[in-house]
Design a protein. Structure first.
Length: 645
């Protein structure tokens, strides 16, 4: 079979961090003869060269090329392209890893849409990745109709014939932003770029030792010299105008303005901050016309204007004010409706931990010149934020805790202005309701509810919470898509999370009471605190004296309250004894999770009777109490025995 994909991995002293990368490559769902992995060892001095040689000797999919250290990733990637046999090449860093179906899905998507470049959804663990780009699948994306320019790392799939035809290779040597130069030209010259957003293809990892190359503090002169080369690519392949300004805006926003904002700037030593600011000032003056910063958000426009005006002290003072601005989101309702979990919440911004206020009846005013001082800058930002409130949005994302994979949920938003200070100022409050279909979430795991607020000059995220214990809604678990889903509040912070693999006591089935259970002949009926829209099939397990029997049951929504009605037929000729009962929402799973119910069935010659049993842990508590009582009794008796002697 022809090789479909060649995965190219530049390697330099990764240590143990390469193991997840290797394992993910070996787990790929593509047939073994349809892909290859080419590790280009760039003069590693740890044990990695020997580790890779052993790997290649035992796995024909794995190839290794050793070379002298070149100083950066450009040359190893070019060497990999030259050695590749695949129709597409995929670039992976040695401390990152792929989703198990990444190569198969990205290849099929690229072929289906005739793509020269395929951008797969990314998840960032301890590091940022683009969010808006992966809101939906985009089979025919361009720099004009999608935020492609937000993703300039090389971790994508490229048609090899396309790279050869236009002669595209990475700049080599010790340098920064070589990937920006490569990816930008690919975007601008590709016949088609396809964005795959419904599966996490690439996991971008921030190492615990913070030794990723991109995390190291850089020399501002060299860095912004390399950045100018990416701007040169844009100028080479675009005409002056709105598109070029939009592309330039990406570097102004991400590589310059964002480095001069809030805690990111304040956390740097003053001498380094000054050197960074000086180089940013030069690029802004040299390369960007007025149309570039004009499209930024208000806070970003202020920073860009102050940088252009060479006002370092005001940039630092504005960063100090902005560092106190943060979003907050509180729940208003969490409950099941049909097969979806509906989550209502409010969101707004705070300043210095108090609700942020804005001028009432504000009108938009262009920022013609740099503000005279920080007070004027803050006033303009607040007025612009209020004037743009009609464009503000709040999204709910569910983020899987172990992998950081995240997915947007459908949400409806309304906007409310709350008067304060006699009506001269207002709070800007977003009210939203999201409908979460747990069946759409891939796999079991714990999913944290994250609110993403876009308001005026900020796009920020926070957890949904905290919710005070006395007022927060307490929805029951639900059964949907053949698994139990438990909404719950974290401790001690009180934030909302969903467990899509819940079982055991966490399902809350110990809330069943004796009057909730009836047996009529061979039919068992239980009122149970589990939501099941449209009915659900569950498994029942009966155990007694080392014996285990199984039966199927159904859950149907209760007509007179929350929860569901469990109905099942008891196993034929249930032997005499006391039978404990457990439930599994996914009885056909390879290893079903069972949750014990707080009742048992006593089977005698006279029939079946429901009896209560201690809740889980009660027996252990009784044993501990008995031991404590026995110890106290012994302590009292011992002195008497001693005196008797």
């Amino acid at each position: 079979m022809p090789v479909k994909v060649s995965v190219i991995i530049p390697v330099y002293n990764p240590g143990v961090y390469i193991e997840d990368c290797i394992a993910s490559l070996q787990r790929q769902s593509l047939p073994p003869d349809a892909y290859e992995a080419i590790f280009v060892d760039d003069g590693s001095t740890d044990g990695t060269p020997a580790r890779l040689d052993r790997l290649a000797s035992g796995d024909p999919r794995m190839r290794v090329i050793h070379q002298e250290n070149s100083g950066w990733s450009g040359k190893p990637r070019n060497v990999g392209i030259a050695a590749a046999r695949g129709e597409f090449v995929m670039f992976v860093d040695n401390d990152d890893y792929l989703g198990d179906e990444a190569l198969e899905r990205m290849y099929a998507y690229g072929v289906a849409h005739g793509a020269d470049v395929v951008v797969g959804k990314m998840a960032g663990k301890n590091r940022g990745v683009p969010v808006e780009l992966f809101r939906r699948n985009h089979p025919r994306a361009t720099v004009e109709n999608a935020p492609l320019i937000d993703s300039l790392t090389p971790h994508k799939m490229f048609r090899r014939e396309f790279l050869d035809r236009i002669g595209l290779r990475f700049p080599e040597g010790r340098r920064r932003l070589e990937d920006h130069v490569f990816v930008t030209e690919a975007y601008l010259r590709a016949d088609n770029v396809s964005v795959l957003s419904d599966y996490v293809c690439y996991y971008h990892i921030g190492r615990d030792d913070a030794s990723n190359a991109g995390f190291q503090r850089f020399d501002p002169v060299g860095y912004f010299g390399n950045l100018r080369e990416a701007l040169d690519v844009v100028e080479r392949y675009t005409e002056p105008g709105a598109v070029r300004d939009r592309l330039f805006r990406r570097w102004l926003r991400v590589e310059m303005v964002e480095r001069l904002r809030a805690r990111r700037l304040l956390g740097l030593p003053d001498d380094y901050r000054r050197a960074l600011f000086a180089e940013i000032h030069k690029v802004v003056v040299e390369r960007f016309g007025p149309g570039v910063p004009a499209g930024l958000q208000p806070t970003q426009q202020v920073v860009a204007a102050l940088a252009e005006a060479d006002r370092y002290d005001d940039v630092v003072a504005f960063a100090a004010w902005e560092a106190g601005v943060a979003p907050t989101a509180g729940p208003t309702d969490v409950g099941w409706r049909g097969g979806s979990l509906h989550i209502g919440f409010t969101a707004e911004y705070t300043s210095a931990r108090a609700p942020m206020t804005f001028p009432a009846n504000a009108a938009r005013t262009p920022l013609a010149d740099a503000p005279k001082n920080v007070e004027e800058a803050v006033a303009w930002v607040c007025a612009e934020t209020a004037a743009r409130f009609g464009q503000a949005t709040a999204d709910l994302l569910l983020r899987e805790r172990s992998s950081s994979a995240q997915y947007f949920q459908p949400v409806e938003v309304t906007r409310e202005t709350v008067p304060v200070d006699g009506g001269e100022r207002v709070r800007l409050v977003l009210r939203a309701t999201a409908a979460v279909d747990p069946a759409e979430l891939p796999g079991d795991g714990v999913w944290d509810a994250v609110v993403r607020v876009k308001l005026g000059g900020w796009t920020k995220e926070c957890r949904l919470g905290p919710a005070p214990r006395a007022t927060r809604p307490e929805p029951c678990a639900g059964v949907t898509g053949g698994r139990a889903v438990l909404p719950y509040w974290t401790e001690p912070h009180g934030n909302l999370s969903l467990d899509t693999g819940a079982g055991g006591r966490r399902l809350g089935l110990d809330g069943v009471r004796r009057p909730d259970v009836t047996v009529c002949g061979a039919r068992l009926r239980v009122r149970i605190p589990l939501h099941a829209a449209g009915g659900a099939r569950v498994g029942l397990r009966f155990t007694a004296s080392g014996r285990t029997l199984h039966a199927s049951g159904t859950l149907t929504g209760a007509a007179d309250g929350p929860g569901s009605l469990l109905e099942a037929t008891l196993p034929d000729r249930l032997p005499r004894g006391i039978w404990r009962v457990a439930l599994s929402p996914a009885p056909d799973a390879a290893r079903p999770a069972w949750s014990g119910l707080p009742f048992a069935l006593r089977v005698t010659g006279g029939g079946v009777r429901v009896v209560s049993v201690p809740r889980p842990g009660t027996a252990r508590r009784l044993v501990r109490a008995a031991r404590r009582a026995l110890g106290t009794a012994r302590a009292k008796v011992s002195p008497l025995i001693g005196r008797g002697r």
